[in-house]
Design a protein around this ligand. Sequence first.
Ligand SMILES: Cc1ncc(COP(=O)(O)O)c(C=O)c1O
Length: 379
Amino acid sequence: MTVLSPRPDLWTLDPGVLHLNHGSYGAVPRRTQELLAELRAEAEANPMRWFRSVAERLTASRLELAAYLQTDPAGFALVPNASAGVTAALATIPIPAGTKIVLTNHAYGAVRYAVERFARAKQAEVVTVDVPLEADDDSVIAAIEPALDVMTAALVVDQISSATAMVFPIRQLAELCRSRGIPSIVDGAHAPALLDAPAGDGADFWTGNFHKWPASPRGTAGLVVSEEWHSETLPLIVSWSENDERLPERFDQQGTHDYAAWIAAPESLRVLAELEWPRRRSELSAMLDESAKVLAKALGTSVAEVARPAATMRLVELPFPGVPSPEAGEAFKAKVSQELKAEITLTASDGRVFVRLSAHAYNSPQDYQRLADQLPSLI
Ligand SMILES: Cc1ncc(COP(=O)(O)O)c(C=O)c1O
């Protein structure tokens, strides 16, 4: 079987730039952008008529997005992003004073801030469990398990971590939490399109972004809530649907808002389907395995030995003397952008600094080869 060809033609990305960081903000295919523009034009042609049509269109969109996740639509709500999903979950669970919320050293920074805010307000403690970068599933569970005790109000855990692009054993962790009566909140920001049925692992709350790997318009994410929490889970903005007994509909109304992105979101799922996404994803994964090695060789470093790396992200170590300050990290990325016309991101873990490479349908091996040829000159 021949390898699928890269399809940059389906996006509108600047061809003069190497786009190697889909993982941060995604990129929306042309077709979805066009639909979004049409929907917005329709709204501007007659705002009253548009807002009368929104509820029905949101329902259709939600059903399609829930089907994509293979989850029960009755427990699936739309939220603007994974940050909102985690925050809504934290606002729902009881956090008695003196208890602890457990997360890992891989947690996304903004999610950690959310946990810290709730812990402060409820006089609870934040406990960070260290999980080694190279840990396999059993080692991840062995590291987290001792922190799950009678004083644990919740476990907040990544399904795929951001800085370390590592897949966590969510099914086992959710089961462990359930057996101990501890609510689990899964940050699946990167999971849609990278894992099949990512919301089906039995967590109390799962959130994931459609605006990352499924390439939906920005501001589109899902919150999947297990049945026992349906009635208590509330959207962050109090609006007209406040007293709706149905969880998804309760989240549909968030005041006057641009709902076009949520309505257009499924179009990108159709684009992915036409791109033969599951097959393409495994081809992208194989391409990244090779490309990461090429870059590591050029830099004189190594590819991080993540036991279960995310399908379309890899970490290549940078030969830096230590972790740069946030300002120095930003300055380096800006220099790469300006001088190499390449968009990359840096991450750090355990004192090591990495380029986190992403691959989507618009990328080809030549992209990473160019980075390998040019990046060493900037270090
Ligand atoms: C692991 C993880 N969690 C949460 C988020 C936050 O996502 P958003 O900015 O869509 O709220 C991100 C974003 O990159 C992420 O990588």
